[in-house]
Design a protein around this ligand. Structure first.
Ligand SMILES: Nc1ncnc2c1ncn2[C@@H]1O[C@H](COP(=O)(O)OP(=O)(O)OP(=O)(O)O)[C@@H](O)[C@H]1O
Ligand SMILES: [Mg+2]
Length: 271
C-alpha cells in the first residue's frame, strides 16, 4: 500500500459513565488507502460511531493516534465530511440552507456557493424541495439532505454512519448506486458504518468486522468482486454467508437450551 490517507494506530477510547470506566474501543489499528471504500460492520454498541467521531475530530480524547495524510487529527477539517446516523438537520433552515452549512468554511463566491448547493440538491433528487423545511420532508428525504450536506464541500474523505438506515429498500438501492457514481466521478476515500452486510459487500473494497464491546477488529475481509456487483451472484452470496458467520459467531454467545425453551409458557414461545 502507498502511504495511507487514514491510519489508526493503537487507538483506544474509554468513556466515563456515572463514575465507571466504559471501554468502548480497544487497540484499533487500520490503514486506509486513498480512494479506498471501507465498510465497518458490527453489533450495536461496538464503537462504530465512536470511531467515526474520533476520525472526524469531534472527540480528541483517546489513546493512540489517528493520522490523516500523515498528520495527527486535532479537530474537524474541510477535507473530511460526515453524514451522521441521525440526520441532524436544523428545523428552522430550509433544505438549501441546511446543505449550505456544509460550505461554511469554503472560500467560494456567493454565486459559486449557490451553484454548488443547487447541484447537490439535484444530485439527491430534491429540486422540488429546495425551500422546504425538514418537518415537510419524509425521513428518507431528510437523510438525503444530510448526505448532500456531507458531500457538498467535496471532501477527500467521506464518513457515513448508517446513512441509508431509514430509507425504504428501493430508495436505499438507488442511493447506493448514486454513492458509487459519485465515487466514480471523484475519488473520495469512504468509510461507511452499516448494519447491512449486503450493503457492505455491494459497496466496499474491504469490510471490517468488529467484535462486541470493547470494539476490536475481528476480521478484515477483502471484497474483490468487480463492479457493478450482482447481489444475486454466487460469489456475492458466499461472501454474505461468510460475513454473517463472522458477525454472529461470538464465543460468549450461549444458545438457549432445548429444555429452557420447553419450560417457557406457550405465549412466550409464540411471540
Ligand atoms: N458520549 C458518550 N458517553 C458515554 N458513553 C458513550 C458515549 N458515546 C458512546 N458511548 C458508549 O460507547 C459504546 C459504543 O457506542 P457507539 O455509539 O460508538 O456504538 P455503535 O457501534 O455506533 O452502536 P450502534 O450500532 O447502536 O449505533 C457504547 O457502549 C456507548 O454506550
Ligand atoms: Mg452508531
Amino acid at each position: 500500500m502507498t502511504a495511507p490517507i487514514v491510519s489508526f494506530n493503537h487507538v483506544g477510547k474509554t468513556f466515563d459513565v456515572d463514575g465507571f470506566e466504559l471501554e468502548a474501543i480497544r487497540e484499533f489499528n487500520l490503514d486506509i488507502a486513498e480512494g479506498e471504500f471501507v465498510a465497518i460492520v458490527g453489533s450495536s454498541g461496538c464503537g462504530k460511531s465512536t470511531l467515526l467521531r474520533l476520525l472526524i475530530g469531534l472527540d480528541t480524547q483517546f489513546r493512540g493516534e489517528i493520522r490523516v495524510d500523515g498528520k495527527a487529527v486535532e479537530g474537524i477539517g474541510g477535507e473530511r465530511g460526515i453524514v451522521f446516523q441521525e440526520h441532524r438537520l436544523f428545523p428552522w433552515l430550509t433544505v438549501a440552507q441546511n446543505i449550505g452549512l456544509g460550505l461554511v468554511n469554503e472560500p467560494l463566491s456567493e454565486a459559486q456557493r449557490q451553484q454548488r448547493i443547487t447541484d447537490f440538491i439535484e444530485l439527491v433528487g430534491l429540486t422540488d424541495f429546495t425551500r422546504a423545511y425538514p418537518h415537510q420532508l419524509s425521513g428518507g428525504m431528510a437523510q438525503r439532505v444530510a448526505i448532500a450536506r456531507g458531500l457538498v464541500a467535496s471532501p477527500r474523505i467521506l464518513l457515513l454512519d448508517e446513512p441509508f438506515g431509514a430509507l425504504d429498500a428501493l430508495t436505499r438501492q438507488q442511493m447506493q448506486d448514486e454513492l458509487l457514481a459519485i465515487r466514480a466521478r471523484a475519488k473520495i476515500t469512504t468509510v461507511l458504518v452499516t448494519h447491512d452486510v449486503e450493503e457492505a459487500i455491494f459497496l466496499a473494497d474491504r469490510v471490517v468486522v468488529m467484535e462486541p464491546r470493547p470494539g476490536r477488529i475481528k476480521q478484515v475481509v477483502d471484497i474483490a468482486l468487480p463492479h457493478p456487483r450482482q447481489r444475486s451472484s454466487f460469489d456475492f452470496h458466499q461472501l454474505r454467508e461468510e460475513l454473517l458467520h463472522e458477525l454472529i459467531s461470538d464465543d460468549h454467545y450461549q444458545p438457549p437450551l432445548r429444555e429452557q425453551i420447553r419450560d417457557l409458557p406457550l405465549a412466550f414461545i409464540a411471540c
